[in-house]
Design a protein around this ligand. Sequence first.
Ligand code: ATP
Length: 361
Amino acid sequence: MNQKNPEHQTMVFEGHSYERTRKDRQDLRGTLLFFDESGEHLLRKVPGFPPIKRVYRLKEGIDRLFGNDPFWTEEKLDGYNARIFEHGGELLGASRGGFICPFTTEWARIWAEDGKLKKFFRENPQHVLCGEVVGDNPYNFQRDPNLAPGAHFFVFEVFSSRGQFISPEERYALLEKYDLSGVPVRGHHCKAHMDELYNILRDLNRQKREGVVLKGQKGERRLKFVTPSTDIQDLRDTLQVGFDMDSGFFFNRYLRASLFVKELGLDRNEYAEEIGRAFLEGTPELNDFTESSERYVIHVREKQTWERLRDLLKAHVLIKCDSMHPAKIHGRHMVEVHFRRVYQKSSHRYRRILNGHLHQD
Ligand code: ATP
């Protein structure tokens, strides 16, 4: 906690002291503030990433948000949200909550070695790249099996020096100029193209991809819409740790999957079976249950990066490291770390359930 402002938390990373905002106030939660040595003068603000509102019905949602106006259809990638920026001549990577993350920072520096990130920040020092980190990472274990080992970064927004998103078209041009990877763009549409949009979503669903984010011309209006394949996968993967989730987690996914199947005219029998199977497979087996946990694999250059990351993560959840061994990733010698996030409430509840304890409903 910060003495002057209890809604700010003072943090230190590699000698950089900064404050992160803990709540949405004047600044969004997860904003980072860098002050000068006196602590009086703000040197740099890295804005928090704003939430994206969801629609449950695509056609009606588009009508309501965009009317007849055109929008860009981008793929929604499923990893974790990161902001990469330069401060004091160093590349830094922050998580959604506004923590400078040792893992993201180390990988940002690797991506910089392989591409033009450094050049980008030399020429745009006050910009912030916002993107999804996918692949092997410590925040989302549901990785796309088609991706090469290691972590990968796809930009989906850019904050300008004024702290505002640049428009999608400016972003696409900037990414092309610096040869940086962006999220896949599936076209420029308007509500008259509903059939094409439905086809894109059916295709993403078939490929078990997460969905789309639609963005207005200036990037000011945005909505997200996800496929049932992701929702069903989430149900299967999360039931094991379900007692640690918000109560709406499951209901929302059932609802979304069900409405999607109806709106996009998918085969109801097929989905009835899929949803049922996910539920059956998601709950623990009756024997040999030990704990409710998620398994992660990550790659770090230094063992110390893992130790700093573990310290950050363990403030929220129990972390158990299973193994560490050398691995060659992106042509580099790295350390492969296998660890688990252990969810104690779910572990305890399932243990009692599976051992036949009596419950009062
Ligand atoms: P929110 O970010 O809206 O508060 P959330 O944290 O639960 O919600 P999601 O529901 O997964 O996250 O959806 C929003 C997130 O999707 C963004 O924060 C971002 O990390 C991710 N994302 C993936 N692809 C894109 C994209 N093309 N444009 C914007 N965000 C994207």
